[in-house]
Design a protein. Structure first.
Length: 105
């Protein structure tokens, strides 16, 4: 379903909503998320999508500058694959456990 879409809209509040926007990014599509969403700061910091409370204006902006936003979505997809994959997550967790174990012994 993600690939059949042009943009993902996530008007989610503070709880929940972490996985679906990043899945949408991995499909190569742009996302619009609410400012209250937990992942909004990460999305904004790394320019992974649009963080807004005005969804209609954001959609119109994407429509007017579709080419630029498609490039942003592709870059975001590559960022996710490079920095937020399960492999990267597990490698960082294993390192943290090893570091903690080494400090204890």
């Amino acid at each position: 379903m993600y690939k059949a879409s042009d943009v993902g809209l996530f008007p989610i509040g503070k709880q929940g909503g972490w996985l679906a926007p990043f899945e949408m990014l991995c499909s190569g599509n742009l996302i619009i998320v609410s400012e209250e969403m937990g992942a909004a700061s990460l999305i904004k910091e790394f320019n992974l999508g649009i963080v807004s409370k005005n969804y209609a204006n954001s959609l119109l902006e994407i429509h007017k500058n579709n080419k630029d936003y498609k490039r942003q979505a592709k870059d975001a997809s590559l960022f996710i694959k490079k920095n937020l994959s399960w492999k990267i997550f597990t490698e960082k967790m294993i390192k943290a456990y090893r570091d903690a174990w080494g400090k204890k012994h």
